[in-house]
Write a protein that binds this ligand. Sequence first.
Ligand code: NAD
Length: 446
Amino acid sequence: MSITRRAFMKTAALTAAAAALPARSWGRVLGANDRLNIGVIGTGGMGTVHVNGFMKMAGAENIAVTRVCDVYRKRLNNAVRIIGGSEGSGSIEYERVLDDKDVNAVLIATPDHWHTKIAIEAMQAGKDVYVEKPLSLTIEQAIACREAVKKTGRVLQVGPQGTSEGRWWKAREAIGAGRIGKVVWSQASYCRNSREGQFNWRIDPEAGPSGTGDNYIDWDRWLGHEHGLAAKIPYNADHFFRFRKYWAYNGGVATDLMYHRLAPLLIAITGANGEYPSRVVAAGGQYIEKDGRDIPDSFMLMIDYPSEHTIVLVSVMTNDVPLPDVIRGQYGTMEPAGSGWSFKEQGVWAPEFRKANADYVKVARVKNDKGEERDDPPAGRASFEMEARDSRGHVENWLDAIRGKAKPNCNIDLGCSTMVAIKLGVESYRQQKMMKWDAKAERAVS
Ligand SMILES: NC(=O)c1ccc[n+]([C@@H]2O[C@H](COP(=O)([O-])OP(=O)(O)OC[C@H]3O[C@@H](n4cnc5c(N)ncnc54)[C@H](O)[C@@H]3O)[C@@H](O)[C@H]2O)c1
């Protein structure tokens, strides 16, 4: 069989490209046209959203969900149904997913206390990972996961999907180009209100460790007490169905909601890897939602950074009026507008703002009634908007990263530095102390 010149050139080019890469990347290059098999671990609320999302994009993205896993049989069976899988494609034990050599990548959507244990073991088993936000329950887990990414060289995406919005990368470009001068402080929030109490989601009364058939929950595996992930306690439906209310499994609104806001802000202000904080202080309290939960319903954080700026985050569950996103620089201020940002100058720094933004701000010399010349717009009034380009979704970005076509938008450094600030905030609230980050020892100091 003769091979055409074209086919030969293509093969030769591929071989040369592969040879230029470290050995572990070969599989990715050579398999670039192959289907990616994905396992989803934790098919509750968010995991099911992901399974459905994968099914919708399966053809276009050349992927398949070949395994699902959950410790609650009803949710597991539901996921097996969605993927049209055989009985063997679902398991209560996540180890079955990691043992499957045909699974290329896993998405982890368990409660937070399990995230990094499964993520690390998955990478050690040679799989790429999408781990839902927040990265972890503890700082030690986050750092262990970061080290595992570096050691194994696997692709890992952390789940705050806002980091894949083009807006934030556009903001990075603008701030990097000096359009608003040095960033001094920024704010963001995530606020809600409810009649039933935040996170008091539906409980299946029949479900539990003594339930049969669909109602069975492997409670020991959910707690993970055998691995030191949480304390061993008798089955508690509120803990299972409403884990966000309890410190044992997460950090409440800080890890559930603020994490979504902080990660993209860090991209804008400091870049793709984020920045570790220098000190963090929290305020707030349980002002209304006093139903035996651990977490506050009003939570405010102030985070100082070594590159000398402060981020203020607010998450209130009893009034949904937000604090809008604002990034303040010495020369100007940025706020979301359309798909991108609006920029407004600070009057006293008008010359610097106008110089940095000469491509957007057009200044004319005009005469007033008395015939005196002045700038139009006058100092303090210049503003403009900048659109951002549409970008691929967060999951699609992960798939691109696995195929070597992109970098994960929430890489492990961003995921870990976001986690450290958020967790210091939780500890500040719980210990009623200001928390500092010892960057050398990589540990919290109160
Ligand atoms: N990115 C987002 O917008 C977003 C939205 C919602 C939730 N999340 C994140 O997703 C995660 C899950 O949240 P949720 O609301 O879907 O919770 P959930 O309780 O509905 O689902 C979690 C599932 O994991 C299962 N599970 C627990 N331990 C397991 C184990 N060891 N092995 C296999 N399965 C296990 C549980 O049985 C449960 O069905 C959380 O970390 C949360 O922060 C992200």
